[in-house]
Write a protein that binds this ligand. Structure first.
Ligand code: CA
Length: 625
């Protein structure tokens, strides 16, 4: 029972329930229980005054529900096919004051349970928060693999999978305390926002470490910490001037989700006569020629046997998911959401999700994983795309997967007509497809792919080029934990190896890469390079919001400019193995007004811009003077 207690409300409720149970005035009915109310609390002062509560308990639908709280009205009581659920449609009227409302559940005229429901007051500025943007740099980390700050929570009562650090696919014990202990490390590196892979409960038998099989949408997994620990972590991130992005998954839940044993209705998940896996062809959701059969298997097929596909067309399901997002935004003070497997859910309903969140938080940001290789396919999913079918996703940001592909090849290939550095240029020419290219998240690697360095023979020059590119091109750069200290996937390419433990994150680790003293010289060289660029980028509006113009790459040399009314930054890349001296006459439309500059990475001043000499496989970033 203790495992299910996830907030004070529920503790308070249980006390009241016990009181009612044993009170001489209550009629105890064994047939009726009250187990859950979700969302467990709410707020006054939202624009949308609707609130729908999921109430779960044995035969709870046989009760009558009443409430006596000024401004809070039960509009409708919905009963589904399963008598163990009630869905209460409430109105939290304008001007309703924060406080504790008491729900009474009656059977045959007698109160059999009460639930004290808290309506909190919203924090000042909550609605006008600014989400992450191109002025930020995201640092993605996997909580089980970053740092184990509290070995005492590695194994927790009621949680099926126990810690096994020797198993690459097992739980390694990383947690919220481990992240909290290293917030200064992330801030000092120069990242300004942290995207943490999912932290909500994943009480699955295996592969629970990655967090993508939710078993409770309202509860942080106890092996990571408590809900309160998460809120404090978010506060700590904010106190350091950084933003926090929560990873959410609404296409599927985990097979161990508490409702899978007792679904509210048969259509809660997309059921098939026999297990049917999605075809993973996200293009079917936008392909003008897609067959009905392919589209159906894509969107209704299950991501995995352990990941039941939820039916967002059930209005109670989509409402549940929308409210869950708003609850976490408001509760933890989020600055953004990363939404997993975005096209795999019903797209009309996910547009409703985006619209509802934008209604409450107009400057919020959400990025969807729309993993496709063509810019047009990805562009389809960004809010306000000019789609021929009229679809508007209401998803402000998407990951730039086509650019990820190009970055992986650009520095590793011989330069040719359409190979090498030209790939970056080619992908940028496709920005005509996007409604808002500066709100794309640009990355060289993430938790689902082999680390960049592995595909480049661990050549740190290429990694530096990739980082210099994502930090100076348009969009929102995203880093992946540990690459700054040369973490690699290694020869075994399983998912577990893409998410290795950060060295120094576990008590007794022989190698601690969190400190300069603990890092090797080569690790420090990479760290220092990124550190310098990130610190510089923080205040560079010209990179955050300036315009971009580039010149066709020639002989492995690629130059582009970021500019606004105040300043111009020139970025030039030499993709050749050998050093090159280049004549800058081609770039005179930008350079004609400038005589000198400062190279950002070396800090050296350049007195003559007419000729530039670049080392092999290197980048110069020059502030023009
Ligand atoms: Ca731990």
């Amino acid at each position: 029972m203790i495992d299910n207690i996830y907030n004070n409300q529920l503790i308070r409720f249980r006390l009241i329930f016990l009181f009612v149970l044993f009170s001489p005035f209550a009629i105890y009915s064994q047939e009726i229980t009250l187990e859950r109310v979700e969302p467990p609390f709410w707020w006054t002062g939202f624009i949308n005054t609707d609130l729908q509560l999921l109430v779960y308990g044995k035969n709870i639908s046989t009760t009558t529900v009443s409430i006596d709280y000024p401004g809070l009205i039960i509009r409708k009581i919905n009963k589904l096919s399963n008598p163990n659920y009630l869905f209460l449609d409430l109105t939290v009227g304008k001007g309703t004051r924060p406080g504790i409302a008491s729900f009474q559940f009656k059977s045959k005229g007698k109160v059999i349970a009460k639930y004290l429901y808290e309506l909190k007051g919203r924090k000042k500025g909550s609605a006008t928060r600014h989400g992450f943007s191109a002025s930020d740099v995201l640092y993605l980390l996997m909580p089980d693999r970053f740092a184990n700050g509290d070995p005492s929570n590695d194994n927790m009562p009621g949680m099926i999978e126990t810690v096994d650090r020797a198993n690459k696919d097992g739980r390694h014990g990383g947690d919220i305390k481990g992240i909290a202990d290293h917030l200064d490390y992330i801030r000092d590196l120069g990242a300004t926002a942290i995207w943490i892979n999912p932290l909500v409960e994943n009480n699955q038998k295996v592969y629970s470490y990655h967090g993508y099989s939710t078993t409770d949408y309202y509860k942080i997994d106890p092996r990571f910490g408590t809900n309160d620990d998460y809120v404090k972590l978010c506060d700590g991130i904010h106190q350091r001037g950084m933003k926090v992005i929560m990873d959410m998954i609404f296409n599927h839940c985990g097979s161990g989700h508490w409702w899978m044993e007792d679904l509210p209705s048969a259509d809660w998940v997309n059921e098939w006569p026999e297990f049917t896996r999605t075809n993973y062809r996200a293009g079917t959701a936008s392909d003008p020629y897609a067959s009905a059969a392919d589209s159906n298997v894509f969107v209704r097929g299950w991501f995995d046997k352990t990941m039941p596909d939820m039916n967002q067309h059930n209005p109670f399901v989509i409402n549940y998911l929308i409210q869950n997002s708003i609850w976490w935004i408001e509760y933890a003070g989020l600055d953004g959401i990363r939404h997993d497997t975005h096209p795999y859910a019903f797209k009309d309903m996910m547009a409703e999700w985006g619209k509802r969140i934008a209604q409450e938080y107009p400057d919020f940001n959400m990025v969807g994983e729309c993993w496709m290789n063509f810019p047009a396919s990805v562009a389809y999913w960004q809010k306000d795309a000019r789609n021929k079918d009229g679809y508007n996703s209401w998803l402000p940001s998407v990951f730039d997967f086509p650019m990820y592909d190009a970055i992986g090849k650009a520095f590793n290939e011989k330069d040719g007509w359409n190979t090498g550095i030209l790939r970056l240029y080619d992908i940028l020419t496709q920005d005509l497809s996007y409604a808002n290219p500066s709100n794309l998240v640009v990355f060289a690697e993430n938790h689902d792919v082999n680390r960049f360095l592995d595909s480049q023979n661990i050549d740190t020059r290429k990694f530096k080029m990739a980082m210099a590119f994502i930090l100076t091109t348009r969009g929102i750069p995203q880093l992946y934990y540990g690459s700054e200290v040369l973490m690699s996937t290694g020869t075994d390419k399983g998912d577990g190896c893409k998410r290795k433990d950060f060295p120094g994150g576990w008590p007794g680790d022989p190698h601690n890469a969190f400190t300069s003293q603990g890092r090797t010289d080569t690790e420090n060289d990479m760290y220092d390079y990124l550190h310098r660029l990130l610190q510089w980028r923080k205040s560079k509006e010209v990179i955050h919001s300036g315009k971009l113009r580039h010149f066709i790459p020639r002989d492995g040399i690629y130059a582009y400019f970021r500019y606004n009314a105040k300043e111009v930054v020139m970025v030039v890349m030499n993709n050749n193995e050998e050093a090159k001296t280049i004549d800058t006459e081609r770039y005179k439309e930008f350079l004609k007004k400038y005589k000198a500059g400062t190279e950002v990475i070396s800090g050296s001043s350049i007195k003559d811009l007419s000729k530039l000499t670049l080392a092999g496989k290197s980048v110069m970033i020059i502030e023009l003077k």
